[in-house]
Design a protein around this ligand. Sequence first.
Ligand code: PMV
Length: 354
Amino acid sequence: EKTWVRMVTAQTPTNIAVIKYWGKRDETLILPVNDSISVTLDPAHLCTTTTVAVSPSFDQDRMWLNGKEISLSGGRYQNCLREIRARACEVEDKEKGIKIAKKDWEKLHLHVASYNNFPTAAGLASSAAGFACLVFALAKLMNAKEDNSELSAIARQGSGSACRSLFGGFVKWIMGKAEDGSDSLAVQLVDEKHWDELVIIIAVVSSRQKETSSTTGMRDSVETSLLLQHRAKEVVPKRIKQMEEAIKNRDFGSFAQLSCADSNQFHAVCLDTCPPIFYMNGTSHRIISCVEKWNCSEGTPQVAYTFDAGPNAVLIAHNRKAATQLMQKLLFCFPPTSDAHLNSYVIGDKSILK
Ligand code: PMV
């Protein structure tokens, strides 16, 4: 009997939050306690490439990550696969003589191969790009008609931050109100051309994998941190509005002030958690001091910093000139011969210093 394979490949960059998501109100559906805003990186850096394939000759769903087979049995993968399968439509490829009816998708099995163009263990967000790419590629393979916001609500069930990677530019994840999570999705605030003079530099402080996963950390924070309650109710709603204004007006001063304050509050929530979580280390703190001192001496901020659930610094420079000066300062403060040298710099967006 003649068999066939239908394949789709997609590429998705990771995103970095400037107003952080930390804390779930529903752990299964992955519903957050506050809105968040992120910037999506250039696909040339920190991105995932995923190929999904379907064939009547496949006898089970299988997935390979960076060439190594991994299990698809986890709830997060299963939720994404189930939600996409439920939206599958008829596919007809006359050239290849393939016709897949809507109901066939329930019986057909999938093979998934995913690659990160950066080391997965480097402590740099990889699940965001990974789940966004998986959901997007599957939607194309199965001819699902949903738009990117609707797909983001599915990617969200793989990893919360993944919902923001379905768009470029600046993206807002609206927390939503519905109990079923149907209105907890991402929308694009502005596209990647709106503020294209920004330069993102990631200083890799440590490539060790983090000790506390975001899932465990968030659970502990929600259960024990009073600061988290205050942050979600009183602080973030105002900051989201201010950040949206700053982005719309390309107001770098406000953008930097809000990003740094929000990163610092997120790490303060981690310290306020029982047991406390330490994601940043001494080198992270020195980078903060270095940037704060420089911004202060210039009178107006030149660089914003933000740290996720790990010690690596994401530095957002106002423009190429500020990025060049930042690199000089970092190399001066952390010379390759010192104990606290930075392992590498990942230069985002336009590579200015290759
Ligand atoms: O989606 P997760 O479980 O990887 O959580 C991400 C949490 C932070 O990166 C710390 C903040 C964020 O908004 O991305």
